[in-house]
Design a protein around this ligand. Structure first.
Ligand SMILES: Cc1cc2nc3c(=O)[nH]c(=O)nc-3n(C[C@H](O)[C@H](O)[C@H](O)COP(=O)(O)O)c2cc1C
Length: 170
């Protein structure tokens, strides 16, 4: 399990392929994202291929994965692949019957590659710490002390963390 986690942690982009179970994701997938992978997924893109026995093509499961991965501070992608009635979705050569499936997959993979590289560079340059590690600030108090409107919170360069966890600047 630890070895699997280490391999998974090394990824810059993630393509989740999963069926719809009872209008949601399989419990084992949610467990992996909740516990096994956890913070290792932070600031990385997530692409989704959903499939189902019914005609909805795993859309409800994909929508749930958007919320689940956002909570892990991933960047879920808009463009997904949905395969409904999956038992009839492939021909004898194992290719998708609907040509739009290949098209949707090509778009998803392009998006995933772009976001993977963009966020890899961003993480290397410096990441904001997780919310619970940031000091509590009162924007109202800031505003009262200068008599103006509450300032827009800005990340101090000193608060950035590099990919290896070291602090940048400050
Ligand atoms: C526990 C369970 C729940 C399922 N719930 C749904 C569902 O809500 N909607 C649907 O279209 N298909 C549902 N199915 C059908 C699966 O999406 C379909 O059989 C799929 O191919 C299963 O993939 P798997 O063999 O990789 O587990 C369910 C299947 C199982 C086993």
């Amino acid at each position: 399990m630890e070895r699997w986690n280490a391999v998974m942690a090394a990824g810059d982009a993630y393509l989740f392929v999963f069926p719809e179970y009872n209008h949601s994701v399989p419990g084992v997938l949610k467990n992996a994202v909740d516990h096994a992978l956890g913070a290792r997924l932070r600031n990385k893109p997530a692409g989704f291929v959903g499939y189902s026995g019914g005609p909805i093509g795993g859309a409800r499961a994909v929508e749930h994965m958007v919320g689940i991965t956002v909570e892990r501070e991933m960047a879920p992608l808009r463009n997904a692949v949905l395969l409904g009635q999956v038992g009839r979705g492939f021909d004898h050569d194992g290719l998708p019957v609907d040509p739009m499936t290949e098209h949707a997959l090509a778009i998803l993979l392009d998006d995933l590659a772009w976001w993977g590289e963009a966020l890899r560079r961003a993480r290397a340059a410096g990441q904001l710490p997780p919310p619970r590690q940031r000091p509590v600030r009162s924007l109202a108090a800031d505003a009262a002390s200068v008599g103006g409107t509450p300032p827009v919170p800005r990340a101090s360069p000193g608060a950035l963390l590099r990919g290896d966890g070291a602090q940048v600047g400050g």
